[in-house]
Design a protein around this ligand. Sequence first.
Ligand code: PA5
Ligand code: NI
Length: 186
Amino acid sequence: MNDLLIQPFQLAWATGALSHGPLIRKTTLLGDLSAIFTDGDATQLFPDRPAYAVDMFDTPGGEGELYVGVTHLYPGKVGNEYFMTRGHFHQRREQGEVYFGLQGEGQLLMQNQQGQAWTEPVFAGSVHIIPGYTAHRLINTGSQTLSALAVWPSTAGHDYTSLPHGFALRVIEEAGKVRIMAVKHG
Ligand code: PA5
Ligand code: NI
């Protein structure tokens, strides 16, 4: 009888901790990210320092299936630039994604294929509908870990190569404040 009582996968909303399901964790180190920061060389001072970790449920992929994961982006700066994820378009460009802010504070940077970029503030309870054909990157502007839940089509794939000049906006700290700055070549 108890075979019918299935424990669902679980998420601790306050921290983003996933449990009760098979998990995959991928950690990205500062040393992997030298190409994305303005002062890329500075990442090599602490190459083994984790910049972010992504936990996701190890569930079957395939056309029509969804993946669920949480990004934990640690606080910190490289020079005056806040820690950020690498950022990507989806290989299947038409496929979107939804992010839900869980803890911490930051920005979600988005950029369309025409090179127009914009940001949305991320905080516990924020909801972000990332349209298709839109590259996306998380930036942690706070002093705590920024955690965001993401749901995306399993077939979307990640394309890390199609923004050769990076994003058109950078998020830096200037005089103790968050500044979102337009740049010519990301
Ligand atoms: O699916 C997503 O968009 C996220 O889970 C990201 O992959 C995650 O935030 C890590 O970012 P990136 O894949 O750009 O390194
Ligand atoms: Ni994505």
